[in-house]
Design a protein around this ligand. Structure first.
Ligand code: FAD
Ligand code: SF4
Length: 463
């Protein structure tokens, strides 16, 4: 085995000026020789600290070991034991704060590119031919999954593999949750997401789209139809606003609406697709998480003159993934930090004429542990924009909790569920993902789906 070196292999990517004008994937993926070279950096630590950082506990050392020996099929089999959606996770997991954070190289230098290797193996499997996992003999039990995001589809896949009949109820016309309507194709190509979601259906999972649980059918009606258990993975997709004057003006979007128009309804290909998205020449995106970066970068690709990120804290507190921030900056997004919107101005015809902001400075840390932004007197100014996109967070979708008897919720609107098993306060009902934790990450939602599936399986088998 060649000696490990300390240079992490860079990810090939589209040039910033070119990609800022298209919706093709930014990261191009490792060629095989580079993937093996990166895999050779892995020290194969006996205690495998990186594994503790992965919410689904992938045998990271195991899959990297087979990869570096050139056994790609074997490597893929190890990974698929733990993760049904590896091509998705390899692209969107915040590895720097999960598995890669605990890699021993992270202390001395740059961690092994675990996510990049995961993506390489998953893409190789998609091109070479996907091997579906074994499905146990039918138990005759039937489980309904509500929501087809990462938590729902992971629970569905595991429940099908345990031998239960699974039906997924999805409100939208396509499966995937945020993977389909939120994360843009230049970060997660539609074909990759669709392929992995279809692989879940190939395990025998039935998908019912355009079923809004709480309206088309209720959870109690599902249970009365003879389902033995229900898993709720309805996410946290309700947009929040700042409650400042002018938020009802034409030209103000929630990030959810903006991204759904672009990603789910393919507005960027209007009129080939029916749904339009109207934006002006100068765009302000309020917020600094992944959702804000995705909104700003989508807006940029629709060819405006300027796109701003407006954020009330400093760069250190920005919650977006490091890679997304870096890509956004390279593409030409302008960051207005320590800047807080106070009102959206009206052009006299009910549309946006500008965003009035105030400069901020940072004080002592607040309850979130981040330094509190404090307004600086007399510093108001108007940012010359005609479109404002609010990306300041979302709250849990309230419909299912509101229409299901006996389901306890927290004061934040999340469903109360046991952290280990996902069991809720209602008999035969489990929940997981963002609807329980509030907005989090894809792999955390998947981990919750896995734990709930194991608990449902034990319950259905009378264990
Ligand atoms: P969701 O993905 O929200 O799925 C919930 C599903 O339930 C949806 O399909 C919804 O239509 C359906 N549903 C809701 N109500 C009903 C109902 N009443 N009846 C039937 N179906 C219903 N995380 C990362 O790890 N990395 C990233 O890079 C990243 N980027 C993000 C970018 C954006 C724009 C957004 C919005 C989020 C991002 N996240 C990212 C967060 C991550 O996507 C979520 O944490 C994750 O998708 C949560 O999964 P979930 O299954 O709980 O819910
Ligand atoms: Fe890391 Fe995510 Fe892969 Fe787990 S699934 S090993 S957290 S990249």
């Amino acid at each position: 085995m060649p000696k490990a070196n300390f240079d992490r292999q860079p990810m090939p990517e589209q040039e910033a000026e070119v990609r800022a004008r298209n919706f093709e994937e930014v990261n191009l993926g490792f060629p095989e020789a580079i993937a093996i070279k990166e895999a050779e950096r892995c020290l194969q630590c006996k205690n495998m600290p990186c594994r503790d950082g992965c919410p689904v506990g992938i045998d990271i050392g195991g899959f990297i070991n087979l990869l570096r020996m050139g056994d790609l099929r074997g490597s893929s089999r190890i990974m698929k034991k733990y993760n049904n959606l590896p091509a998705i996770c390899g692209r969107v997991c915040p590895q720097e704060s999960q598995c890669e954070k605990l890699c021993v190289y992270a202390k001395k230098g740059v961690p092994v590119g675990i996510g990049r290797l995961e993506r390489f193996i998953a893409d190789w499997e998609i091109s070479d031919g996907v091997e579906l996992p074994e499905v146990a003999k039918s138990t005759g039990k039937k489980v309904a999954v509500v929501g087809s995001g990462p938590s729902g589809m992971t629970a569905a896949a595991d429940l099908a593999r345990y031998g239960h009949r699974v039906v997924v109820y999805e409100a939208l016309h396509r499966a995937g949750g945020v993977l389909t309507y939120g994360i843009p194709p230049f970060r997660l190509p539609r074909l990759v997401a669709e392929t992995e979601l279809q692989n879940v259906q190939k395990l025998g999972v039935e998908l019912k789209t355009d079923w809004i649980v709480g309206k088309t059918i209720t959870v109690d009606e599902i249970l009365a139809e003879g389902y033995d258990a229900v898993f709720l993975g309805t996410g946290a997709g309700l947009p929040q606003f700042l409650n400042i004057p002018g938020e009802n003006l034409a030209g103000v979007y929630s990030a959810n609406e903006f991204l759904t128009r672009i990603n789910l309804m393919k507005a960027y290909r209007f009129p080939e697709f029916d749904t339009p998205v109207r934006i002006g020449k100068r765009i302000a995106v309020v917020g600094a998480g992944n959702v804000a970066m995705d909104s700003a970068r989508c807006a940029l690709r629709l060819s405006p003159e300027q796109v701003y990120i407006v954020y009330r804290r400093s760069r250190t507190e920005m919650p977006a993934r490091v890679e997304e921030l870096h890509h956004a900056e390279e593409e030409g997004i302008i960051f207005k930090l320590l800047t807080n919107p106070v009102q959206i101005l009206d052009n006299g015809k009910g549309a946006v004429a500008g965003l009035e902001c105030q400069e901020m400075e940072l004080g002592e840390p607040d309850a979130s542990g981040r330094r509190r932004p404090i307004p600086k007197e007399g510093t108001n100014f108007v940012l010359d924009v005609d479109t404002v996109i609010m990306a300041i967070g979302t709250t849990p979708n309230p419909l299912v909790p509101q229409t299901t008897m006996g389901l306890e919720t927290s004061r934040h609107g999340t469903i109360v569920a046991d952290g280990e098993t996902g069991r809720t306060t209602k008999d035969r009902v489990w929940a997981g993902g963002d609807i329980v934790t509030g907005a989090a990450t894809v792999i955390e939602a998947m981990g919750a789906g896995k734990r709930a599936a194991a608990s449902i399986n034990a319950y259905l088998r009378g264990e």
